[in-house]
Design a binder for this molecule. Structure first.
Ligand code: DP6
Length: 341
């Protein structure tokens, strides 16, 4: 029996994807830029199973020992997963049902971009299982296939290093582009876990309501300059300039989230505590760490090698932080012979 295993990393957005221009093709309102992470991975093994009548996904959650069937009915993400299977099967002559096993190396749905790694690994696995390797090998095509599953962040996990997800008005125009590979800059993302529980409102629902915020217009006006600044800071490996931009960007996205209708509040007390700690550390101890936050309470602290040890030591003193995952840039999604089952 042919088994296919794909591994995909999560990524952290420096410029955020929040809002869409098309909810069927999942075209983003603005381009986003991210760094691919080496410690937050999803591994997915699939095979065509002649013993099952329906496609079947089994998930092993972080820190669990058993695979649990993904409930199709009460889970919006599950709906997207089963749709992606159906869609990719329709691109193939192979018509069998698939049995998929998947596991994460980190807590899911809590603002660490588990859907990025999850949907990217799933799409890589399916394209190879249904013998559409042509759409996997060509990374631009691969990223467009990933986009159609509905997770924009997953598009950026196609590549390693530093990646842009272009906006665009058509399916052909919106895809991932690698800006620099994983060896370009020894940057770190310290994911500070203050709350490992799952988020209550999906990003998908959030995107749909985002244009109800009066601040969305202002955000779009300032974004084009900020994108230029992030690219410039990356090209010069300039941490303070990059840090300033990514903090402004995270605040801008959360200002929209908090003012859209209904409003979305992802921050917890620990989130604010880390933001203030980082500002104080820069001012008082000249230790450089910069925050960014996705759709969850956990804080991603971006730093470089020179600041890493001192910064980690300081963050470990913060009583809100339950654990820290230290990530470096990593390669994009890839296939493996080390199957889950
Ligand atoms: C806040 O539609 O990609 O993380 O599939 O849940 O990751 P998920 O949501 P998606 O929106 C991403 C929202 C974000 C910002 C970002 O990663 O760019």
């Amino acid at each position: 029996m042919k088994k296919v295993t794909a591994i995909a990393p999560a990524n952290i957005a420096f410029i955020k994807y929040w809002g869409r221009t098309d909810n069927k093709l999942f075209l983003p309102l603005n381009p986003s830029i991210s760094m691919t992470m080496d410690k937050c991975l999803t591994k997915t093994t699939g095979f065509i199973d002649s013993n099952i009548k329906d496609d079947l996904i089994e998930i092993k959650e972080f820190n669990s020992n058993e695979f649990i069937k993904l409930d199709k009915v009460n889970n919006i993400k599950a709906h997207d997963v089963y749709n992606q299977i159906e869609r990719i099967r329709n691109l193939s002559d192979i018509k069998g049902k698939v049995h998929i096993y998947t596991e994460n190396s980190f807590p899911s749905d809590s603002g660490i971009a588990s859907s990025a790694s999850g949907f990217c690994a799933l799409t890589a696995c399916l394209l190879n299982l249904f013998e559409r390797q042509d759409l996997f090998i060509d990374k631009k095509e691969f990223s467009k296939q990933v986009r159609l599953c509905g997770s924009g962040s997953a598009v950026r996990s196609v590549y390693g290093g530093f990646v842009e997800f272009t906006s665009g008005e058509t399916h052909e125009e919106s895809y991932a582009v690698q800006l620099y590979d994983e060896n370009f800059w020894d940057l770190y993302d310290l994911v500070c876990i203050v709350d490992p529980s799952k988020k209550k409102v999906s990003s998908s629902k959030g995107h749909m309501d985002s244009n109800t915020s009066p601040f969305m217009k202002a955000r779009q006006i300032e974004l084009s300059d900020r994108i230029k600044e992030v690219k410039k800071a990356l090209s010069k490996k300039d941490l303070p300039s990059l840090g300033k931009c990514i903090e402004e960007e995270a605040i801008s996205m959360h200002a929209v989230m908090m003012t859209q209708k209904p409003p979305l509040f992802y921050f917890e007390p620990g989130t604010i505590s880390i933001i203030k700690q980082l500002i104080d550390l820069r001012k008082e101890k000249y230790i450089l760490g910069y925050f960014t936050i996705d759709a969850g309470a956990n804080v991603h602290v971006i730093t470089d090698r020179a600041n890493l040890t001192n910064l980690q030591m300081e963050l470990e003193k913060n009583p809100f932080i339950k654990s820290i995952i230290v990530n470096k840039p990593f390669k994009g999604a890839f296939l493996s012979e080390d199957h889950l089952i």
